[in-house]
Design a protein around this ligand. Structure first.
Ligand SMILES: [Zn+2]
Ligand SMILES: [Zn+2]
Length: 286
């Protein structure tokens, strides 16, 4: 098959981690994203040997190797509260270890919120948290991928400058890449709606972060408007980025051969929307 990108979606792990890969295979995906634990709690269960074996078998059977995990939303590596910060570092470390054991390619992390102390102080705390986690890499850690954010409240990472600065400040910048979420960058004020607008946005990404650090795309259309700093995903072509924006994204040479993961609602009017959204992306990539 002539591939331009490696398409996939965030899939449920209900009934077993391996079920995400079998669902991905049903939809002809080459990539997948999962939660390796319940994303709404701090609880951090160890993987059993049986879970790992079933996941390994599913990876072999499906041939899907571009698999990513998304961290729990509870983590704040820039927190002002010592207890919360400690927990965030240990849960992130456990996520990296678990994802490594499962043979995943990357772990997606939001860069945290400064909670009113200001961007510079927040980035400094994030830097020391990431250094603490990455120094524990026993050679099995997957790549840590910092996700671009919409910039709600005091969240860091809505400006490419902040992500670039954070990565360059780390002891091991080579261990870290970036995940670009289309709806987040749009809400943060980076236009993607036309080829010209996308060019400007990717030029800024390259200037402040570097295209070589871009490892994953989250493809989500946006309900909130450009610069609204609000995060609400919708189906490809149904939001304000629109089909023309995704057409520009899917045909830009700088984004070719990257994994592209949907995080869009799973259902609409009873229809299975992953299949429809994947088909939209595939069509627009032709
Ligand atoms: Zn995310
Ligand atoms: Zn995302």
């Amino acid at each position: 098959m002539n591939r331009t990108h490696f398409f996939g979606a965030h899939f449920s792990v209900a009934g077993g981690l391996e079920n995400a890969l079998y669902r991905a295979q049903e939809l002809n995906c080459d990539a997948a994203q999962i939660f390796t634990k319940n994303a709404r709690t701090w609880k951090d269960p160890e993987l059993t040997r049986e879970q790992v074996t079933r996941f390994d078998n599913a990876r072999k059977k499906t041939g899907i190797t571009r698999i990513f995990s998304h961290c729990t939303y509870l983590i704040n590596i820039a927190s002002t509260e010592p207890e919360k910060l400690k927990k965030s570092v240990s849960v992130l470390r456990a996520e990296m270890a678990r994802s490594g054991t499962l043979g995943l390619k990357g772990v997606v992390l939001h860069p945290g919120a400064h909670l009113g102390r200001g961007t510079e102080a927040g980035l400094e705390t994030a830097r020391s948290s990431l250094n603490a986690v990455l120094s524990l890499d026993d050679g099995w850690f997957p790549e840590l991928l910092i996700e671009t954010t919409a910039g709600a409240g005091t969240c860091l990472g809505s400006r490419f400058e902040e992500i670039g600065q954070l990565i360059r400040s780390l002891d091991r910048p080579e261990a870290v890449g970036v995940c670009l979420d289309t709806s987040h960058v749009f809400a943060a004020g980076y236009d993607l709606r036309t080829t010209a607008a996308l060019n400007g946005t990717l030029d800024a990404f390259h200037r402040h972060i570097g295209m070589q650090r871009l490892k994953l795309i989250h493809a989500n259309d946006s309900i909130p408007s450009l610069g609204s700093r609000k995060d609400r995903h919708t189906h490809i072509g149904a939001g304000l980025i629109g089909r023309s924006g995704f057409g520009a994204l899917m045909t830009d040479n700088r984004l070719k051969f990257l994994p592209v993961i949907l995080e869009t609602p799973k259902e609409a009017d009873g229809a299975d929307m992953d299949e429809i959204n994947l088909n939209s992306l595939r069509e627009l990539a032709l």
